[in-house]
Design a protein around this ligand. Structure first.
Ligand SMILES: *[C@@H]1O[C@H](CO)[C@@H](O)[C@H](O)[C@H]1NC(C)=O
Length: 231
């Protein structure tokens, strides 16, 4: 066999193996650890697979549970009575039948470290608790935001933070008036960046004035950074 052909043959086999494996095993994919600011929220990304059932019975009434030990943290079952600890703080965001077990945990407490794991129950087939877990590294204080300033005819200042809560974004305030815009982007499966940009035309009185940006996170924590503008 020619070398090139041989390689593509190998490659095809590797791809095939990965696909057939993921479709025939109990695998849950989630980060092992997520840093989260106390009081804020976190969206725990999760997808799972299960072995294809041999019988052709229709699978319905699926139940998905996020667990901490024996405690149910979140479920897709509507009106399920959660314990006081997690009541109204979690939301099962994923479409369970779409192999998505993503969960939101809000108002994160110092005790919310986990480990959390996912369990699926398919009454016409099987139940399974996935062995991998996710822990949360609860931070009691936020980092100061990153700041940068450009001065031409106008002053353009940017202030940005990374966070885990895309549903309630951090809010920014500036020490100087001007026009403000903000944008967010996803950095990876569990982290977002939100940036605020301030633009204003500098006056001579603005020279050597500190410009500061304060960020207010979901849950009420604040952080601030300052920079001296030299004009
Ligand atoms: C899983 O569900 C969440 C919440 O709806 C969604 O944001 C995410 O994109 C989904 N993940 C995949 C891999 O489909």
């Amino acid at each position: 066999m020619e070398l090139k052909l041989w390689f593509s043959f190998l490659l095809l086999n590797v791809i095939y193996d990965v696909q057939s494996q993921s479709a025939s095993k109990w695998i849950a994919n989630m980060p092992t650890n997520i840093p989260v600011l106390q009081g804020s929220c976190v969206v725990i990304p999760c997808i799972y697979t299960y072995p294809k059932p041999t019988s052709k019975r229709i699978l319905n009434r699926w139940k998905g549970f996020w667990m901490k030990g024996k405690t149910i943290v979140s479920t897709n079952i509507p009106k399920w009575k959660l314990t006081e600890e997690y009541k109204k703080r979690t939301q099962f965001l994923g479409k369970l039948q779409g192999r998505n077990c993503t969960m939101l945990l809000d108002a994160v407490r110092p005790t919310d470290v986990g480990p959390f794991y996912f369990r699926i129950e398919m009454p016409q087939y099987k139940s399974f608790s996935y062995p991998n877990t996710v822990t949360i590294d609860v931070k009691s204080n936020p980092e100061p935001p990153s700041m940068s300033v450009r001065v031409y005819d106008k002053v353009t200042a940017s202030c940005s933070v990374t966070h885990s809560c895309p549903t309630i974004l951090p809010r920014f305030s500036w020490s100087h008036p001007g026009s403000v815009s903000s944008r967010s982007k996803k950095l990876n499966t569990w982290q977002w960046e939100t940036e605020s940009t301030l633009t204003f035309v500098p006056q001579t009185t603005d020279s050597n004035m500190p410009l500061s940006c304060t960020v207010l996170y979901r849950g009420g924590k604040r952080a601030k950074s300052s920079i001296i503008i030299s004009i």
